[in-house]
Design a protein around this ligand. Structure first.
Ligand code: SAM
Length: 213
């Protein structure tokens, strides 16, 4: 019988040692039961610091990457956040704990359906989701104080930059299909600055603002 609570504590200790500093992010990861976001046959591996398959050739991201990307958004609890790539819904729940409202878009309907059932079971009332091409954003609810793209894009998608609020931040992996650079985009006084937060590996962002299928 696996002690998930202990496994989660050990994972979070590991993330701290790897350099995650934001206490709110660490607390969210300590609380959220990642084993409920992975297929049953992979539950025993839920607290390894690695991505895991969730079907449809997609993955739940590595916990370190979830923590790092969330930390880079510098959330304080009042933000409206757009997430591109709902996947399992795990990252959405981390964002939901740390912001006011999360809008999440997934292009694969079957994954979105499973995530929706999880959000309902976990009574997450501040997550709004839809199926669609998130590389074009979600114009209806724009602008967003923070945008997180959990799939790799060839370049920073223009529509997402447009939908970022003044003072807002976006994290987005960009670059070649196999390995990317994690970009942090900041909109200040209408101007865009971009910095790099290091290398990463994500599944491709497929769509009008991403790769062709
Ligand atoms: N955030 C997810 C989690 O916590 O499980 C991990 C997401 S997985 C690494 C990337 C997801 O992006 C996949 O589910 C994939 O189907 C989705 N995706 C790829 N292109 C997309 C697009 N244009 N719009 C929305 N979702 C997209």
């Amino acid at each position: 019988m696996i002690n998930y609570h202990l496994a989660r504590e050990e994972l979070v200790d590991q993330l701290e040692r790897k350099g995650i500093k934001d206490n709110l992010v660490l607390a969210a990861l300590r609380e959220i039961r990642r084993h409920e976001f992975v297929p049953t046959n992979l539950r025993a591996r839920a607290y390894e610091d690695s991505p895991l398959s969730i079907g449809e050739d997609q993955t739940i991201s590595q916990p370190y990457m979830v923590a790092r990307m969330t930390e880079l958004l510098q959330l304080h609890g009042t933000e409206r956040v757009l997430e591109i790539g709902t996947g399992s819904g795990y990252q959405s729940m981390v964002l939901a704990k740390l912001s006011d409202r999360v809008f999440t878009v997934e292009r694969i309907a079957s994954l979105a359906k499973v995530a929706k059932e999880r959000f309902e079971r976990l009574e997450l009332r501040n997550v709004v989701q839809k199926v669609g091409d998130g590389s074009l954003g979600w114009r209806e609810f724009a602008p967003y104080d923070a945008i997180i793209v959990t799939a790799g894009a060839p370049e920073i998608p223009n529509r997402l930059v447009e939908q970022l609020a003044e003072g807002g931040r976006m994290v987005v992996p960009t670059g070649p299909r196999r390995v990317q650079d994690l970009k942090v985009v900041h909109k200040k006084d209408g101007r865009i600055t971009t910095t790099s937060a290091g290398g990463c590996v994500f599944v491709p962002l497929i769509g009008g603002g991403g790769w062709q299928e």
